[in-house]
Design a protein around this ligand. Structure first.
Ligand SMILES: C[S@@+](CC[C@H](N)C(=O)[O-])C[C@H]1O[C@@H](n2cnc3c(N)ncnc32)[C@H](O)[C@@H]1O
Length: 247
C-alpha cells in the first residue's frame, strides 16, 4: 500500500502480477504527464459527462471505475453524485498517484486500487455499477473475458455496467491523412487528429471492440440486455456507450 497524501492506494496485485505487463494510458509510461492535458484538449471530458448521465448513479451507490487511469471518469461521477462510493482500479501506480493527488486537491473521497480489470475489488453482488472508459481496448483477450465475468459477479442483481470505448461499426480503411508526413511538423501537427484517428482505426486492440465486440463480450458473460445505448463520432474515432444489467 502506498500513500499519496491522505488518499491511500491499495495494492491488490498478487506477487505474480507485479511483473504483469499492461498498456498505459498514452501507450508509453513516460507520456503519462501529458495524459490529462491531451485528453482535455481532445474533448474526452464530454465523453465522461455523457457516461455519467447514462449511468444515472443513485444516492450513495457503490461504483467501481475499471481502468480509471488518472481518475477523470471517477471525478465526473463524484461531481454529479458526491455521495457515491467510488473506487478506481488501474494497474498503473503512477496514474493512481495522480488520481490520488487530484482527489485530495478536490477534497473528494475516492478509493484507489492497483490491479487489473479481471479482478474487480468488490464482494460478490455488492456493486450498483461498474463503469469503464477508454480502457477496454487496453486489456488483452483473456483479461476482457475475465472482466466481463467478474463485473457480473461483483454487481448486485439489477446492477449495471457502462462501458465507453472505441467501438461499433468498423471505420473506413485508410483513414490516415496521407500528406501529413510529407509537409513537415507544422502540417503534421494540424493533422494530428487525423493521425490519431488512423492509429485508433488500425489498432489491433481496438479491433476487438469493433462491430458488436463490446456488446457480445458482455452478453457472452451472462448479461441479459447488453446493448449500445449511444455513440459519439469523436475526432479520434467512433466511441460506443454500451450498457448491460445483471439479471
Ligand atoms: C486511455 S486510459 C483511460 C483512463 C480513464 N479511464 C479515462 O477515461 O481517462 C486506459 C487505462 O487503462 C489502464 N489499463 C491497461 N491495462 C489494464 C488492465 N488490464 N486492467 C485495468 N486497466 C488497465 C491503463 O493503465 C490506463 O490507465
Amino acid at each position: 500500500m502506498t500513500d499519496a497524501g491522505t488518499i491511500r492506494i491499495l495494492d491488490q496485485r498478487t506477487p505474480e502480477e507485479r511483473d504483469r505487463p499492461f498498456l498505459p494510458g498514452m501507450g508509453r509510461t513516460w507520456l503519462l504527464p501529458l495524459y490529462d492535458v491531451f485528453t482535455r484538449v481532445a474533448g474526452v471530458r464530454t465523453l465522461h459527462e455523457r457516461a455519467v448521465e447514462l449511468a444515472g448513479i443513485g444516492p450513495g451507490q457503490a461504483v467501481v471505475d475499471v481502468g480509471c487511469g488518472t481518475g477523470n471518469l471517477s471525478f465526473a461521477l463524484l461531481a454529479a453524485r458526491p455521495d457515491a462510493r467510488v473506487t478506481g482500479l488501474d494497474p498503473d501506480e503512477d496514474a493512481l498517484r495522480r488520481a490520488a493527488r487530484k482527489a485530495q486537491r478536490r477534497g473528494v473521497s475516492l478509493t484507489l486500487v492497483q490491479g487489473y480489470a479481471d479482478r474487480i475489488p468488490a464482494e460478490d453482488a455488492s456493486l450498483d455499477h461498474v463503469v469503464s472508459s477508454l480502457a477496454l481496448h487496453h486489456v488483452d483477450d483473456a483479461g476482457r473475458v475475465a472482466f466481463a465475468h467478474d463485473a457480473l459477479r461483483a454487481l448486485r442483481p439489477g446492477g449495471q455496467v457502462t462501458v465507453v470505448d472505441f467501438g461499433g461499426p468498423a471505420p473506413d480503411a485508410g483513414e490516415a491523412h496521407p500528406s501529413a508526413h510529407r509537409h513537415g511538423p507544422a502540417h503534421a501537427l494540424r493533422h494530428l487528429p487525423h493521425l490519431v484517428r488512423s492509429r485508433v482505426a488500425q489498432s489491433p486492440a481496438v479491433a476487438r471492440n469493433l462491430g458488436d465486440g463490446i456488446v457480445a463480450l458482455l452478453a457472452e458473460a451472462g448479461f441479459g440486455d447488453a446493448r449500445e445505448v449511444a455513440h459519439v463520432d469523436h475526432r479520434f474515432g467512433r466511441v460506443s456507450f454500451v450498457q448491460a444489467t445483471r439479471p
